[in-house]
Design a protein around this ligand. Structure first.
Ligand code: SIN
Length: 535
């Protein structure tokens, strides 16, 4: 679908960095992988903005782990498989739920302060979990985890954390095909660098920015997934996108997440007529799986003509609510919302992509030397629909596994400087004249609008065909690729948008995060399988 390289370049003339491990991304998966990889050698972590700019930092609800005596990894496995709607890899899920508790306790040892209730952990409840098993730090769990991991990585002599370095492409050794590094852009100077490493880990996060309305940070543009695809990696499950049911719906505010934990603490969903509608849709009502709740909200919004529903916490103790959700309270107030009535206007927004770079349970992609973890990767633990608060856990468990696999390679093969190509061909000869930033902004905006309107929560074949045509037209209108962050992000979103739409068109059934109004039933006979794309 896309050219293998964004533009031509003389690579051997560029300044270069070297490390045993190159890790791209500073969310939980990348930082925990770095913390683990340092046992095996030097680690260079690159992040495209500040270390804190990640989806991890914004995670509210928490991290799921079966740590209570009344719980067990088996119950956690059952809930994860149920949410995944028949497409989870049970072996990967078993690893997640059995290794998860020990990894979470490592976070505690690193200084992460999860909330406690006396001597026990204060565990939260979220949709489709049959037990309280969510460790949290009020409603700023991700921020607390990121704080501890960034501090740990900054103080470790073997880890170098560099901010403002943007991944352009992964680089492969011409002779062996092994991934031996990456081409990156220094966003301060606009210059290119080559980073060489024996093990390269893509921990670049998701692509929520594919959609006009998203809870994700601006950096979530799927860079690692698109770059891996250009390099020849397999992508899987791209049609499965999770829309979080409750993002703040105020015209002057971003789609700030209102954590599912709010419903876990007993808040109701009501349409603008005041009806508690979830009772009509699912036996678990407000705590039904996210896809069910998001579609129910869309239907109620259509029925009432409003572009939001209400999250009603008026029956809950106001002081306890404020103490449990200080971040939500503060942010709603900051956008001028009067919380005295106990109502928050909410609507669904893109939140998480279940698909990504296909990995095995050791974190390996199909490209030797390239590993992936976190939201950029698809390990098979989420299937068609991720269980709430399993993503931070996946970042930990599979971040550690990717580091261990890379470490084993280093121990066996010894320290080797990869032989990267001296130059590469591309679609253009490298026209470095900068196209106006607004050109790329327009492409990005168009992709996000098309995806939201035609490939969103409720899909139809007709709308998906229109989306595909619109995205193809945008692709054809790109005159040449220029090496700026805005250009590469726009091209990355366009690539992933086209793959998502293509997969959604092919999958003629409804399952988990993928709902087709023209094929509303789940078809286990034909569709208990995955769609994989490769250049
Ligand atoms: C939330 O707090 O609702 C988000 C948790 C998650 O996405 O796992």
């Amino acid at each position: 679908m896309t050219p293998r390289h964004l533009f031509a370049l003389e690579l051997d003339r560029l300044p270069s960095f070297e490390a045993d491990f190159l890790i791209i991304g500073s969310g939980i998966a990348g930082l925990f992988a770095a913390y683990k990889a340092r046992e095996f050698g030097s680690v260079l972590v690159l992040t495209k903005q500040h270390a804190e700019d990640s989806s991890t930092e914004m995670a509210q609800g928490g991290i799921a782990a079966a740590i209570e005596e009344t719980d067990s990894p088996f119950f956690h496995l059952e809930d994860t498989l149920e949410a995944g709607a028949g497409l989870c890899d049970p072996y990967a899920v078993e690893i997640l739920v059995t290794e998860g508790p020990a990894r979470v306790m490592e976070l505690v040892e690193l200084g992460v302060r999860f909330d406690r209730k006396g001597d026990a952990w204060a565990l939260g409840w979220e949709g489709a979990h049959r037990r309280r098993r969510i460790l949290h730090a009020t409603d700023a769990t991700g921020e607390e985890i990121a704080r501890a991991l960034i501090r740990e990585c900054r103080k470790d002599q073997k880890i170098t954390l560099k901010e403002g370095y943007f991944l352009v492409d992964f680089l492969r050794e011409p002779r062996t095909g092994r991934c031996g590094g990456a081409l990156v852009l220094d966003t301060q100077t606009g210059g290119f660098l080559v980073c060489r490493a024996s093990a390269v880990i893509a921990a670049t996060g998701g692509a929520g920015q594919l959609y006009l309305n998203t809870t994700n940070p601006a950096v979530a543009t799927g860079d690692g997934i698109a770059a891996a695809y250009r390099a020849g990696a397999e992508l899987i499950d791209m049609e499965f996108v999770q829309f979080h049911p409750t993002a703040l719906a105020l015209s002057a505010a971003p789609r700030f997440l209102i954590s599912e934990a709010v419903r876990g603490e007993g808040a109701f969903l009501r349409n603008v007529k005041g009806e508690r509608f979830m009772l009509r849709f699912h036996e678990l009502a407000e705590l039904a799986p996210r896809d069910v709740v998001s579609r129910a909200i869309v239907r109620e919004m259509e029925k009432t003509g409003a572009d939001y529903v209400y999250l009603d916490f008026s029956h809950l103790d106001r002081d306890r609510f404020k103490a449990r959700f200080p971040n939500i309270w503060r942010t709603c107030r900051q956008y001028g919302l009067d919380l005295a009535q106990g109502y928050i206007p909410v609507a669904p927004a893109a939140h998480y992509i279940m698909g990504g770079i296909k990995i095995n349970t050791s974190g390996e992609t199909n490209i030797p030397g390239l590993y992936a973890c976190g939201e950029a990767a698809c390990s098979g633990v989420h299937g068609a629909n991720r269980l709430a608060s399993n993503s931070l856990l996946e970042g930990l468990v599979f971040g550690a596994r990717a580091a261990a696999t890379g470490g084993r390679y280093l121990q066996q093969a010894g320290r080797k400087i990869p032989g990267l190509p001296s130059s590469r061909a591309g679609k253009s000869k490298g026209n470095f004249s900068d196209l106006d930033k607004s050109f790329w902004r327009k492409i990005t905006d168009r992709v996000r609008t098309l995806m939201w309107e035609k490939a969103g929560i409720i899909r139809t074949g007709g709308a998906l065909v229109e989306a595909a045509a619109g995205l193809d037209q945008l692709e054809a209108g790109i005159p040449f690729y220029v090496p700026s962050r805005e250009a590469v992000e726009a091209v990355n979103l366009l690539t992933l948008g086209r793959l998502t739409v293509h997969a959604a068109l092919l999958r003629t059934e409804s399952r988990g995060g993928h709902f087709r109004k023209d094929f509303p039933a789940r078809d286990d006979q034909y569709w208990s399988k995955h769609l994989i794309f490769q250049t």
